[in-house]
Design a protein around this ligand. Structure first.
Ligand SMILES: [Zn+2]
Length: 80
């Protein structure tokens, strides 16, 4: 005797709708968190301009002095 799986259309559509909404919310949270991490990494870096060799470079985190990667001269950070 075959067992027939009977699912009402309303329940099926409700499940489909809830799954779709949950998927969209999960993707939204994932990309929102990812964007916040990427923005923080970019925002927390400090910009320097070497007055000896004219190189512009960045360093992670906030700091006042950083040596130039090209010539080694110790520069202070740029302020705007
Ligand atoms: Zn330099």
């Amino acid at each position: 005797m075959p067992i027939a799986l009977i699912v009402e259309l309303d329940a099926f559509l409700a499940t489909l709708l809830c799954t779709g909404i949950a998927l969209i919310l999960a993707l939204w949270l994932f990309y929102e968190r990812r964007q916040a991490i990427l923005t923080d990494n970019h925002r927390l870096s400090t910009l320097f301009h070497c007055i000896k060799c004219n190189l512009i470079y960045t360093r992670r985190r906030r700091r006042e002095h950083a040596p130039c990667p090209r010539c080694g001269f110790n520069n202070i950070r740029l302020r705007f």
